[in-house]
Design a protein around this ligand. Structure first.
Ligand SMILES: [Zn+2]
Length: 414
């Protein structure tokens, strides 16, 4: 079946100009188209399953991207909060620095005032202070010493100490602020690092989503293409069916015309044939494939096996011409050493196929794809293949390659 079908299809392509041939092949073409469509449908089902998987994976990945996005937003908020705190601390540190500066200036001012007072005291002749001053190694030392000798200075000393203490306190606070600020900066850097990692993960996932979307589109396009192809197939099937109907109508018209012309063969114009069978034409439009020899074996079951044919035989039949029973196209010629031996299959315009078997070696007179006319000699009777003596084994089929599609030739022959 496969072998014949592919030959037939090749012929269809090669012989597009032969409208009739295309029509004859329409039935076979329909089968091929239906197979093609069913294969497309299988592909569509697979593609749709594939599409569902891709869509599920995409949906999952989109959720992951959304989660990452939400995490990134959380980190952004936290980083913003840290930025606010760091900013506050920076302001406080600046403020501390100002306060330290102020305390320093105050200290310098008070110190200056104290010095001035000491000078005044000295100039008033209180020489004992000069002695104290000269004997002191440093200002602090002097103040201590001075305190011992004059209660007048005690207030100034206290004031200077207070200023220094206050300055120290501010410096300590500033140190704490800076420590806190450093901690916040470290925390911020960590969060920023995590955020960068999350952003990278999100980008990776987003890429996956894009890839899956692309895949989704490709599969959908594939499905659309297959569906489109099926539509075309449906159109072709419809065209093939219409062609079959047209051919049947044309065949009927030809038969009616033949009947009106006195029942003679339709092949009045024999194109390239070497001889003409002639003889009566059946209601199916067939003549007999051999002239002057009877059917000796009919369609029957023998030991459970069907002889799905009729055999023509008789004395002297060897080498007699075998004729095409109707116009048609040769779809198979083959020379087997077993089975049918040398045999030919012809496709006819009414959708039937005829098979001629056991032809004489070297007598096949037609080739595949050749158009033949009714009554044209195609081979000679022989005994090739599985045959016990010279005879013509003749079959009628509704499909060229199908053994099961044989029908009783007696219903078609005159
Ligand atoms: Zn037979």
């Amino acid at each position: 079946m496969k072998k014949i079908s592919s030959k037939v299809l090749a012929l269809v392509v090669a012989l597009t100009c032969m409208f009739q041939f295309t029509v004859v092949m329409a039935a076979d073409q329909t089968t091929t188209l239906k197979n093609e469509k069913s294969s497309n449908n299988e592909e569509i089902t697979n593609a749709q399953n594939n599409l569902e998987n891709v869509q599920q994976e995409k949906s999952k990945t989109v959720t992951e991207v959304e989660n990452l996005d939400s995490q990134i937003t959380t980190y952004e908020t936290q980083i913003e909060e840290l930025d606010g705190k760091i900013n506050d601390l920076s302001n406080k540190i600046t403020e501390s620095e100002g306060n330290i500066q102020k305390a320093e200036e105050e200290y310098q001012k008070e110190n200056q005032l104290l010095n001035e007072r000491l000078v005044v005291m000295y100039e008033n002749g209180e020489t004992s202070y000069l002695d104290v001053l000269l004997s002191s190694e440093s200002l602090t030392d002097f103040i201590s010493n001075y305190y011992l000798v004059s209660e007048l200075a005690s207030y100034d000393t206290d004031l200077l100490e207070q200023i220094q203490e206050k300055k120290q306190e501010i410096e300590n606070q500033k140190q704490q602020l800076e420590t806190s600020k450093n901690e916040l900066n470290t925390s911020k850097a960590q969060k920023e690092q995590t955020q960068v990692e999350l952003a990278a993960a999100k980008e990776e996932k987003s890429k996956q989503v894009a890839q899956l979307s692309q895949e989704e589109q490709n599969i959908q396009a594939q499905i659309d293409e297959l569906k489109e192809a099926n539509k075309e197939i449906d159109k072709k099937i419809a065209a093939a069916q219409a062609a079959i109907e047209a051919a049947k109508k044309k065949h009927q018209q030809q038969q009616q015309a033949n009947a009106a012309n006195g029942g003679s063969s339709s092949s009045s114009s024999n194109s390239g044939g070497t001889s003409t069978g002639g003889g009566a034409v059946s209601s199916s439009g067939f003549i007999r494939p051999v002239s002057g020899y009877p059917i000796t074996t009919t369609w029957h079951y023998s030991s459970g096996a069907l002889h799905g044919a009729v055999d023509f035989s008789g004395s002297g039949i060897s080498g007699k011409p075998i004729y095409a029973v109707a116009d048609g196209i040769v779809v198979t010629t083959e020379a087997l050493t077993t089975s049918y031996g040398n045999y030919i299959i012809i496709a006819h315009y009414n959708g039937l196929y005829t098979l001629y078997a056991h032809g004489q070696a070297g007598s096949i007179a037609v080739s595949e794809g050749q158009e033949v006319k009714q009554g044209q000699q195609i081979m000679r009777v022989g005994s090739t293949g599985n045959s016990t003596g010279p005879h013509l084994h003749f079959e009628v089929r509704t499909s060229p390659g199908r053994y099961a599609n044989r029908v009783n030739p007696l219903n078609y022959l005159p």
